[in-house]
Design a protein around this ligand. Structure first.
Ligand code: G6P
Length: 607
């Protein structure tokens, strides 16, 4: 969601903060702002991308060595300069940036107004700023602490006061804050990627904790004032992976990284001689896992579609009963978890509020809770009983691509691990491993068709609507293909199980409503083809993704993309790649901001 970065050290803060905001911009990008506390105190805010703010800052900001900055994804109040963070208090001496939502802000605001505070914005954050001001009596940390005890809701905050110009106070509840500690500087950010250039020593703040930062030093207490002793953790960064390199967009770079990211997801995780997966992160819970009867997968967005794939792969390779549920629904259900239930939370960011709430609910009910997460040290990774990192590398493009294929890879490995302890034979296990290990090269082959897929995008990108259809393993991919096209190109698109078309959606088909059909030569082929014939009979245009060497589609389709032959359960790792490229090129051709599509955020830390 929104991004926070704070710095106190011996270098000019403005460049460091702006660079940090650019790293975080993928989280929220409708407005941004910066406050520099020492030297001459300085505040700048701008609507739009961080580049707008940067322009102002280079022309006017002083060389102070401590400050806080924010990039916003609006929740309370439209994107505007006045609503952008940092927010100042009545004295113009105290400034605060905030991620999250203050639920009781109206009540607090009423009291503060009665006490004479004056507000300039519509935000809940400004209420928090004035609340800290109301408690301020010369000690910023004490004031922040008292204020937060009155707050209901979620927050990750950074606060400064000009009377302590080298001190930044940060706190969190439900919205991440990570400290970065260097020799002569301390930083804090809502996402570790903003720290990477400065230090590899980080400290994860837990919920209901706050920290005071001075150059090279930090101290942590809980919000109820108990001191916390915590050392730094070394994070192994790969800074290169955070730049676009020779690619015009992160999204394209990340699509092209998939051969390597799938290799990384597989690395060291396969035992060939036993035809089984080795998942070190699950060893501590192996016994409970191998005895489990029931698996519930919870996640959101693209990770939810990975979860839907998970249902098919677990059902195919194991005897578990499997459900996949949207985390935002699961968290409010009346749960009656049977004994032996495992809940698996899938999340790229590891910070999605709905997924986090769902896993906490499942934990409370006694389930074994596992995580499949990309961001190391993220909240979901830390709150689950055990889990597996997808090791896809930092994903910057807002629409998830390489994380998805890594998630599919690991779900298959997990199913293999459990399946082999039950009735899955050595031969069957071996076939899955062989298919997975071929995937990186097969994706490389598909990527060679990028030019052809661009041509298809050129032909179809002016359509107002699109269907994506598939069956069984390809059904989640149809949903993901449709989501990508919506997110990136803003084209209305719907994913359907191909067999469901005749129950309603086919009424929409006409020559201007194309369908992308996932029609691989697998167990569902004949059935998908007959669904395509129904569409063709209504003069619908069809693009098919099919298996290399399939020459039988003939006039049934207008265009075809071929993918290499593989195991039915592994094929989604391949079929999704042309759909990602198709959405990407449609977006580019329509002039969309593909890395930062409108209204979206990479990490959604509000409900
Ligand atoms: C947001 C992003 C999606 C993502 C979803 C779940 O909505 O825009 O791309 O799939 O969150 O995120 P997660 O980090 O939990 O996988």
């Amino acid at each position: 969601m929104c991004g926070i970065v704070a710095y106190t050290g011996d270098q000019p803060a403005k460049g460091i903060l702006i660079e940090g905001l650019k790293r975080l911009e993928y989280r929220g990008y409708d407005s941004s702002g910066i406050f520099i506390a020492n030297g001459a105190p300085y505040l700048a805010r701008a609507v739009g991308k961080v580049a707008e703010l940067e322009h102002q800052v280079w022309n006017s900001a002083p060389e102070g060595v401590a400050g806080i900055a924010h990039t916003r994804w609006a929740t309370h109040g439209k994107p505007s300069v006045l609503n952008a963070h940092p927010h100042g208090d009545c004295t113009g001496k105290l400034f605060l940036v905030h991620n999250g939502i203050i639920e009781n802000y109206l009540l607090l605001k009423k009291r503060l107004l009665e006490a004479g505070h004056q507000f300039k914005s519509e935000t809940d954050t400004e209420v928090l700023t004035h609340l800290v001001e109301a408690h301020y009596a010369g000690d910023l940390q004490a004031a922040v602490q008292k204020a937060l005890l009155q707050v209901q809701g979620t927050f990750g905050i950074a606060v400064m006061h000009i009377s302590q110009p080298h001190t930044v106070v940060v706190a969190r509840r439900g919205s991440p804050i990570i400290l970065g500690i260097g020799e002569k500087a301390s930083l804090a950010a809502s996402d570790a990627s903003a720290l990477a250039q400065h230090t590899d020593q980080v400290v994860f703040l837990e919920d209901n904790e706050m920290a005071s930062l001075t150059p090279g030093k930090f101290s942590i207490t809980t919000l109820d004032n108990r001191s916390v002793s915590r050392g730094t953790t070394n994070l192994d960064w790969n800074i290169e992976s955070m730049d676009c390199g020779s690619f015009p967009h992160y999204m394209l770079k990340e699509i092209f990284e998939q051969p390597e990211s799938v290799e990384n997801a597989l690395r060291g995780r396969v035992n060939h001689s036993e035809a089984v997966a080795k998942l070190g992160g699950l060893e501590s819970v192996q016994e409970r896992l191998l005895n489990a009867r029931h698996l519930i997968i919870v996640s959101c967005g693209t990770s939810y579609y990975a979860g839907l794939y998970g249902r098919y792969v677990f059902e195919t390779l194991t005897d578990l009963t499997v459900e996949t549920e949207l985390a935002s629904e699961f968290r409010y259900r009346k749960l009656n978890l049977r004994q032996g239930t495992v809940v698996l939370a899938i999340s790229q960011s590891g910070e999605t509020a709905d997924t986090l709430a769902a896993l906490r609910e499942a934990k409370r009910k006694g389930a074994l809770v596992l995580g499949l997460v990309n961001v190391v040290g993220s909240t979901i990774a830390r709150e689950t009983h055990a889990g597996i990192y997808s090791h896809a590398g930092i994903e910057v493009g807002v629409a998830s691509t390489k994380s998805f294929t890594s998630q599919l890879t690991i779900l298959t490995l997990m199913a293999l691990l459990i399946g082999r302890s039950r009735d899955l034979s050595y031969e069957e296990g071996h076939e899955i491993i062989r298919a997975l290990e071929l995937v990186p090269d097969q994706i490389r082959e598909i990527l060679k068709q990028a030019g052809k897929i661009r041509d298809l995008a050129e032909k179809y990108c002016h359509s107002d609507h699109f269907f994506f259809v598939g069956r069984k393993f390809q059904y989640p991919i149809a949903l993901e293909g449709a989501l990508k096209l919506k997110e990136i190109a803003y084209i209305h698109s719907e994913g359907y199980a191909a067999g469901e078309m005749k129950h309603g959606p086919i009424a929409l088909i006409d020559p201007k409503f194309p369908t992308l059909a996932l029609a691989l030569e697998d167990g569902s082929y004949e059935r998908v083809v007959s669904n395509m014939q129904e569409i063709r009979a209504r003069e619908g245009k069809i693009i098919a993704i099919t298996t290399e060497g399939n020459t039988k589609l003939g006039n049934l389709v207008d265009d075809v993309v071929y993918i290499p032959r593989t195991h039915e359960a592994v094929a989604p790792l391949l079929t999704v790649v042309p759909l990602q490229l198709f959405a990407y090129y449609c977006g580019v051709l329509l002039g969309r901001d593909v890395d930062k599509p409108r209204n979206l955020a990479k990490s959604v830390t509000v409900e």
